[in-house]
Design a protein around this ligand. Structure first.
Ligand SMILES: Cc1ncc(COP(=O)(O)O)c(C=O)c1O
Length: 367
């Protein structure tokens, strides 16, 4: 009898993780489908960012600056922050991994809302932590329900504000109340991937609160407002001790050179930023109004997408609508993986895309 040779085995818990599945990018039969599935910027990116990216083309043999010095200084200046309290990552996703690996011991837990962003649970479980989910009544974060999940093994609380895929947000006073009630050794992550799109006057992105807190990290990304999702640039603001700890395990050249150059240029293109914000505000409310006009329930959104709920009747479900749209070259995001199988998330697109998705849905309901 021959022994089967031993094979490499992933550590405990890895095979229990469900891999992240991004928004679909293809629709059969369409070379260039309308992609409204990943909350990308409908207007593209700043032309200055594209130029800066292209200008690096003859320097690809050089390692990037591992400390993102130019980008660090520019962000510090723009937001009035201390440069040594910033950390840069390959997309803001990477910061969730760094946090989990740095702060979670096996069996520690992290808390998030039940419909919260999928990357948090992956990062936590990969670090052999336990993820706990607080209910989100009406698809909104409830501070008291988050706090009810916190116990003496909790090390991190993740709040995306606004949230993905709900688009809902919580205002400054609630964030402050949450922070005050948390033990000071629990890290509060305020994920601001969509923060710029929120125009509620009571909204706070958390940076002011983080200035004087010893346990808050505010994360931001160049993927959404700045339209640089392909390049993977994120940054975070937190106490210098947290930067120091995470820097010890951060991959040394995690943000590549063209990405740093393009992000720096994007940061300075205020005209593009304003155009993007105005576009989202205008078409987000138009989409919500049109969907509401069809009798569908939408949820107030402070992000660059709208979450819409479909009926449970056979032939009219979210799944049916997703397939109907895909057959017409329109890709939206099914959010069953987030525990919302009755809904679709539709990214604000260009005007013809927004009109096309509404016209197609009108046909869908006409049968
Ligand atoms: C709430 C939220 N946070 C963070 C991210 C990560 O963005 P990135 O890794 O592109 O910076 C996303 C991406 O969709 C998101 O929706």
């Amino acid at each position: 009898m021959t022994d089967t040779p031993a094979r490499p085995r992933p550590k405990a818990g890895i095979l229990d993780i469900t891999a992240y599945v991004g928004g679909k990018a293809t629709a059969e039969g369409f070379a260039e489908p309308m992609k409204l599935s990943s909350n990308e910027n409908a207007l593209g990116c700043s032309p200055l960012a594209s130029q800066a990216y292209a200008a690096i083309a003859d320097k690809l043999h050089l390692y990037p600056d591992g400390h993102c010095k130019a980008l660090r200084e520019a962000i510090a200046q723009k937001f009035g922050l201390e440069p040594d309290r910033l950390i840069f990552t390959a997309g803001s996703d990477e910061i969730f991994d760094l946090l989990s690996q740095t702060y979670l011991e096996p069996g520690d837990n992290a808390v998030q809302g039940e419909f919260g962003f999928l990357s948090y649970r992956i990062a936590v479980r990969a670090a052999q932590g336990v993820i706990r989910f607080a209910p989100e009544p009406n698809r909104r974060i409830d501070v008291d329900l988050i706090l009810a999940e916190v116990d003496d093994r909790t090390r991190i609380v993740f709040i995306a504000n606004p949230g993905n895929p709900t688009g809902s947000w919580i205002n400054g006073p609630d964030i402050r109340r949450l922070h005050e009630a948390l033990p000071t050794d629990v890290i509060l992550v305020l994920d601001g991937a969509y923060a710029e799109f929120c125009d509620d006057p009571e909204f706070e992105d958390g940076i002011e609160l983080a200035r004087s807190a010893s346990n808050i990290i505010v994360t931001r990304t160049f993927s959404k407002l700045h339209g640089l999702a392909a390049l993977r640039v994120g940054w975070a603001y937190c106490p210098v001790e947290m930067v120091d700890a995470m820097d010890r395990i951060r991959s040394p050249f995690n943000v590549n050179a063209p990405a740093q150059a393009a992000a720096l240029a994007a940061l300075n293109d205020e005209a593009f930023v304003q155009r993007s914000l105005e576009h989202v505000r205008q078409w987000r409310s138009w989409l919500a109004q049109q969907l509401g006009g069809m009798g569908l329930e939408t949820y107030p959104s402070a992000a660059n997408f709208v979450l819409v709920r479909f009926p449970n009747s056979p032939g009219l479900t979210a799944r049916d609508a997703e397939a109907f749209l895909a057959a017409r070259g329109i890709i939206v995001r099914g959010v069953g993986g987030y525990g919302l199988p009755d809904s679709l998330r539709i990214t604000v697109g260009l005007e013809p895309e927004n009109r096309a998705v509404i016209e197609a849905l009108a046909q869908f309901f006409k049968g």
